[in-house]
Write a protein that binds this ligand. Structure first.
Ligand code: GDP
Length: 601
């Protein structure tokens, strides 16, 4: 029986490193975790894995059995690896310990065919920010044309069994991947060539499907942990436990319970614990500590067994009164021989550190956990989108109410990350024309919001553009006066911009704009048209002037832009008008500003 963790008296001084698996959707995170679990289960009694709540422990013996010659167990004194079962950087960033990442080390899974994808980049940014050591699993190598699968063997063994062609194709893909890592400031190489893992990221070719290279992933994780995490893994196992809430849920027979990953010390069945909540921290007495039954006993009726104590690192369920408002991602602390106040303050400080800054005006954000809320908030901050309210929990009517009080139309929205929208909230949103954006992927949530806003602004600008005077410069063509006046009908060539019907015509004589009349109609080859674009020759009926007096053949004339319109054009619409109009606008502004430097400002 290797389960030293639930044995109160068996004390290790080095705890198991906590491992997270990250990467883009469909690149193989779940399959890799299943493979690690599956292959180790079949390795027999001695090296059986232990199923925890929300995590899987792979003991060192199992790693070394699997890895064969890759691992000499005497090189290691860390007890094994604890994999968090929920893959993805969402859970990774959600799960923290004392301000840092809860996972001590990570596997970044990248599909060799697909290369870097948005969530790969998101994951790598998070790993960089949290300074978490990681290894890259270059996954799905079995899809290389001509690949001859070898099963759960170290990669070198499988590699040697491949044809030259398959090997070459794989090498090409791996080097592309190494190039992509370099583009993101990570110097990487095949893991067996890496001399110093502090400076270089190791790439392990894997197939989560066939198992090839999986022993190598475990080996590198063990090696990295041993080398870089050993100090951090030395804990006072007997000390008061510290952990992070994974999930809050109802546990039959026990009321509301919390799933916790414990990363420090021990929690005992008679402890008092402090748990972070949506309000004040909860102080409560443990009612029961639950862990899954060992695999052999899984057929018994109850899936969980009560234990007296659990030591880090481990996943467990804590049942206790008053846990309803406990928050996923929040800290859990055992009080033991300290004062409650001290521990409550510790929890409060940690919660405050995961702060999300809200402002007077902005969007409403709801997320499933504290960590994800922070991650969404960070992304919004980068996109310069202010937040008025940020909370953990489903979208409720009061969130819609808050959104509806926004001053700016674009803030009348709720961004919901991995949470449900309550029916009455949805109805209220429909009635009040409040948009609710939902997604389980942070960047998509923000992207969808931004696209919606951009689309709306575009359509609003189109309306503005239709009603605004646009710059146009045109020339009266020689020998094309069809009528002298009332109205004057002349042939013109539009030089820049768009000449529209109803435009007021001005002439810059010196720098003084002089009104010359108004365009009553435009004809192109005998047909009435609304406007003429740069380069076109049209005949124009102008009310007001007489050709030969106020205007002359060969004159260069402008359509007048009222000062207010010029201001809107220059300050808000420069991206929305064609380049030649923009050029015309600048000439027009220059002319006006020679006379009045503040014109249109
Ligand atoms: P996740 O979204 O990252 O958890 O990806 P999954 O583990 O769900 O895998 C997505 C798909 O890719 C599934 O259909 C898997 O069977 C498949 N897959 C995962 N790893 C491999 C692999 O190494 N080789 C092959 N051929 N398919 C794989």
């Amino acid at each position: 029986h290797t389960d030293a963790e639930t044995d109160g008296d068996a004390v290790a001084t080095l705890r198991t490193p906590i491992v997270a698996v990250l990467g883009h959707v469909d690149h193989g995170k779940t399959t890799l975790l299943d493979r690690i679990r599956g292959s180790t289960v079949t390795e027999g009694e001695a090296g059986a894995i232990t199923q925890h709540i929300g995590a899987t422990a792979v003991p060192l013996e199992t790693v070394s059995e699997l890895a064969g010659s890759l691992v000499d167990p005497t090189d290691f004194d860390l007890p094994g690896l604890l994999f968090i079962d929920t893959p993805g950087h969402h859970s990774f960033s959600t799960l923290r310990s004392r301000g840092g990442a809860l996972a001590d080390i990570a596997v970044l899974v990248v599909d060799v065919n697909d290369g870097f994808q948005p969530q790969t980049i998101e994951a790598i940014d998070i790993l960089q920010r949290t300074e978490t050591p990681f290894v890259v699993a270059a996954n799905k190598i079995d899809t290389v044309p001509g690949w001859n699968p070898q099963g759960d063997v170290p990669i070198q063994e499988s590699y040697d069994a491949q044809s030259d062609r398959a090997r070459e194709t794989l090498d090409e893909r791996l080097y592309e991947l190494i190039g992509e890592l370099a583009d993101h400031d990570f110097s990487a190489d095949m893991y067996w060539r890496v001399q110093n893992f502090a400076n270089n990221v190791g790439v392990v070719p894997t197939s989560a499907e066939t198992g090839e290279g999986v022993p190598d992933v475990l080996t590198v994780l063990m090696g990295l942990s041993q080398r870089y995490l050993k100090d951090a893994m030395a804990i006072d196992v007997e000390g008061p436990g510290a952990g992070t809430v994974l999930e809050v849920k109802d546990q039959k027979g026990f009321g509301t319970a919390i799933d916790v990953v414990l990363y420090d010390g021990t929690v005992r069945a008679d402890d008092t614990v402090v748990v972070g909540s949506t309000g004040e921290p909860i102080v409560t007495d443990v009612r029961a500590l639950l862990q899954p039954r060992p695999l052999a006993e899984i057929r018994t009726e109850k899936r969980f067994e009560q234990v007296d104590a659990v030591s880090a690192a481990a996943g467990l369920k804590i049942a206790a009164p008053d846990l309803d408002d406990a928050m996923a991602g929040a800290p859990v602390r055992v009080v033991r021989d300290r004062s409650r106040e001290e521990v409550v303050q510790e929890v409060q400080e940690e919660l405050a550190a995961i702060g999300v800054t809200t402002e007077e005006e902005g969007v409403v954000v709801k997320a499933d956990t504290l960590g994800s809320l922070e991650a969404v908030a960070n992304t919004l901050e980068e996109a310069e989108i202010p937040i008025v309210r940020a909370e953990v929990g489903d979208v409720a009517p009061r969130d819609v109410t808050v959104a509806s009080t926004a001053d700016e139309e674009r803030h009348e929205t709720v961004l919901a990350f991995s949470v449900d929208v309550l029916d009455n909230a949805e109805q209220q949103a429909d009635e009040g024309d409040i948009r609710i954006f939902e997604s389980d992927v942070i960047y998509r949530l923000v992207e969808e919001y931004e696209e919606f806003i951009a689309e709306r602004e575009r359509s609003q600008q189109d309306t503005i553009l239709e009603n605004i005077s646009r710059p146009a410069r045109f020339r009266l063509l020689p020998d094309h006066t069809f009528r002298q006046n009332d109205p004057a009908v002349v042939g013109v060539e539009v030089m820049t911009g768009t000449l529209k019907r109803n435009a007021t015509i001005v002439d810059f004589e010196g720098n003084e704009p002089k009104r010359r009349g108004q365009v009553k109609g435009i004809q192109e080859q005998g047909e009435d048209v609304e406007q003429a674009r740069a380069g076109e020759r049209v005949s124009v009926a102008i009310d007001g002037p007489t050709v030969g007096r106020q205007i002359e053949e060969g004159d260069e004339l402008w359509s007048e832009i009222p000062e207010k319109h010029a201001k809107v054009l220059e300050q808000e619409l420069t991206d929305d008008i064609p380049a030649d109009e923009l050029e015309a606008l600048h000439i027009y502004l220059d002319k006006q500003r020679q006379r009045d430097p503040f014109w249109g400002k």
